[in-house]
Design a protein around this ligand. Structure first.
Ligand code: CP3
Length: 342
């Protein structure tokens, strides 16, 4: 197996910088759109053969250095009794707004609530053996709470911030339930064969630093601690959080995933050498010509070239209208990159 992704996560020496792309399976791929003609999104997620197919689609097209399980961060909330639909974004049947609703959330083991996830991971490991490492994932407790309390993501997340300032203890109870449930969910994936895991904190950036330190970071630490000792590197991706980076680097995860807003060499100097970094090309760069893509990718790669532990990626998920040629140009640029040694 080529393990440069796992090696870079551990800050070990690599033959070249590994590359994968957040949200690499999805609507920018015509073959994914064809799969979705046959089955709705939740059916793809819940049917192991279809989830395997969606996971493998980007790898058939591009020589990427990791696969990521096809699913969604909201799906394991079914273990807490939450029901949802997607169109295309998630919508909870019943937002969780009151103390009584939070208290009523009773977690079932992920192995019982979402057995199809473990099955998809097992099938994928068989398919990928000898080729590419597999990443499992979950949402960070605060990001999941943002969706749970709001109900959906279409009009911002005032509801979770209102709960934070009005009823902090209720939010903390919700976050601790989510942290325990996500630790269990990540363990399920690693035990089924996921070789690394990523925690997506897509909405951490709506918090100020003080609130982040109280309502986000400790619960991420609980999730990280829950998989510590299983040997799978943990990537913690923080979106829209230039003001949070130094704090986020102390989550216990070995890899910090960085959004596109801060140059990666600046991030490296802020957080020191104790964590590997993943990122952070602005997803919109992939709409430009190949030369521009290579120039932007090259700037990121050379900015951290002497520093052990870099996984190349976008600084947020790939956009649905992204041209295939843009992804090809990025793969090519990463494969050709030679650090300047003079
Ligand atoms: O290759 C992959 O990464 C696919 C697996 C994956 C999906 N969602 C599939 C998906 C992963 C890792 C996610 C994570 C996810 N989901 C996040 C964190 C990453 C981020 O972008 O910040 C978040 C916030 C969600 C919640 C979510 N799910 C949204 C906001 C949406 C709609 C808008 C969008 O980005 O597409 C979804 C739906 C969703 N999840 C789709 C896919 C392929 C589109 C559904 C469809 O096919 O109609």
């Amino acid at each position: 197996m080529h393990d440069r992704f796992l090696r870079a996560c551990r800050r070990e020496r690599v033959d070249r910088t590994p590359l994968w792309i957040m949200r690499q399976a999805g609507r920018y791929l015509p073959e994914y759109r064809a799969l979705r003609e046959r089955a709705d999104f939740l059916t793809v997620c819940r049917t192991p053969d279809l989830a395997v197919e969606a996971t493998l689609q980007p790898l058939r097209r591009f020589p990427l250095d990791a696969a990521i399980l096809f699913s969604d961060i909201l799906l394991p909330l079914e273990a807490l009794g939450c029901r949802m639909t997607f169109s295309p974004g998630p919508r909870l049947d019943q937002p969780v707004r009151t103390r009584a609703q939070v208290e009523a959330l009773a977690a079932r083991p992920a192995a019982e609530a979402v057995p199809f996830v473990a099955e998809a991971v097992r099938l994928l490991r068989r398919e990928l053996e000898g080729r590419t490492p597999l990443i499992g994932f979950c949402g960070a407790p605060f990001t999941l709470a943002a969706y749970l309390v709001q109900g959906d993501g279409t009009r911002g997340f005032e509801a979770v911030k209102t709960m934070l300032f009005r009823e902090p203890a209720t939010l903390e109870l919700l976050l601790s339930k989510l942290a325990a449930s996500m630790a269990d969910y990540l363990r399920l994936q690693v035990e089924a064969g996921a070789q690394a895991v990523q925690i997506f904190d897509s909405w951490a950036g709506i918090l100020g630093l003080e609130e982040y330190r109280r309502f986000a970071l400790p619960f991420v630490r609980q999730v990280v601690d829950g998989v510590a000792g299983l040997g799978a590197p943990v990537v913690y991706f923080v979106n829209a959080g230039p003001h949070l980076l130094e704090a986020a680097a102390t989550s216990g995860a070995g890899v910090l995933g960085v959004c596109w807003r801060t140059p990666l060499d600046v991030v490296a100097s802020k957080v020191g050498g104790g964590v590997a970094l993943q990122g952070n090309l602005d997803p919109h760069v992939l709409f430009a010509d190949a030369g521009t893509i290579a120039a932007h990718a090259g700037r990121i790669l050379s900015g951290v070239a002497g520093r052990p532990g870099h996984v190349m990626n976008l600084g947020h998920g790939i956009l649905p209208d992204t041209p295939i040629a843009g992804v090809e140009a990025l793969v090519d640029a990463v494969h050709r990159f030679q650090p300047c040694t003079t």
